[in-house]
Design a protein around this ligand. Structure first.
Ligand SMILES: [Zn+2]
Length: 220
C-alpha cells in the first residue's frame, strides 16, 4: 500500500506538475480536483452544472459539493494516492480525515509548495493546458505550432487563467487553505518546499522527503 499524499499551495505553485511527477515516480494514482471539476463541466453532469458558474468567476465550489464529488473517489482508491486541490478548507480536511479514519488509514504527508505572490503572477501569465490529455505547463514547454508536448493536441491558455481569477483564488488560499497547512504543521507530516526552485529540483527534494516519511512509517 502506497502513501496518501496531499499537495497544498497557492494557485500556480506547481501542484499539478509536481503531483503528476510524484504519482509517476511512486506509482500512485493522481487526482487533480480542478481537472476533475472542469471535466464535469464539459460533460454537463449535475455536479458540473452546479460548479460551472462558480468556476467561471474563479471561485471555489462549496465544501458540500466538493465532498459529494470526492467521497466516491476515496472509496475506490484505497492503496495510496497523490491529491491536488483537496482539502482546500478546514471543513474539507475534516471530511477527508473522517473518510480515511473509517477506512483505517490517514494522510501520510501534506506537501506545502511555497512561493511569493509576484512569482506566481508571472507564472499565471504564461500558463497553458492541453484540453485533450490535461497536460499543463508553461508556453515555453509547447512544441511546434503550440502543440501539447505529451499528445500533440492544441494547447492553449486555461480559460480560468486571468489575473483577476488568480487574485481571488490567492485570497481564498490565504483565508481557507493556510489554516489547513498550519494544522498539518502542528500535527506533523508537513513537508515545506520552496516552489520557486527549478521544477526538477523541487521534484527531487519532494521525492527525498516523501521517501523518508515512507521509511519512517515502515519502521514504526
Ligand atoms: Zn495533450
Amino acid at each position: 500500500m502506497g502513501p496518501n499524499l496531499i499537495l497544498l499551495g497557492p494557485p500556480a505553485s506547481g501542484k499539478g506538475t509536481q503531483g503528476r511527477r510524484l504519482a509517476n515516480s511512486l506509482n500512485l494514482p493522481y487526482l487533480s480536483t480542478g481537472a476533475m471539476l472542469r471535466e464535469a463541466v464539459e460533460n454537463g453532469t449535475p455536479a458540473g452544472k452546479e460548479a460551472e458558474p462558480i468556476l467561471e468567476r474563479g471561485g471555489y465550489v462549496s465544501d458540500e459539493l466538493m465532498g459529494s464529488i470526492m467521497e466516491p473517489w476515496f472509496k475506490k482508491h484505497r492503496k495510496g494516492w497523490v491529491l491536488d486541490g483537496f482539502p482546500r478548507t478546514i471543513a474539507q480536511d475534516d471530511d477527508l480525515r473522517r473518510w480515511l479514519a473509517e477506512a483505517g488509514t490517514q494522510v501520510d504527508a501534506a506537501i506545502s509548495l511555497e512561493a511569493p505572490k509576484d512569482v506566481l503572477v508571472a507564472r499565471i501569465e504564461s500558463r497553458v493546458e492541453c484540453p485533450d490529455c490535461r497536460w499543463s505547463g508553461q508556453t515555453g514547454d509547447l512544441g511546434k505550432g503550440d502543440r501539447c508536448p505529451k499528445c500533440g493536441g492544441r494547447a492553449g491558455a486555461r480559460s480560468d487563467d486571468t489575473l483577476e481569477n488568480f487574485l481571488s483564488r490567492f485570497d481564498e488560499f490565504a483565508l481557507h487553505t493556510l489554516p489547513v497547512i498550519e494544522r498539518y504543521a502542528s500535527v506533523g507530516g508537513l513537508i515545506r518546499c520552496d516552489a520557486t526552485a527549478p521544477m526538477d529540483t523541487v521534484t527531487h527534494a519532494l521525492l527525498k522527503s516523501v521517501q523518508a516519511i515512507i521509511e519512517d512509517g515502515q519502521k514504526a
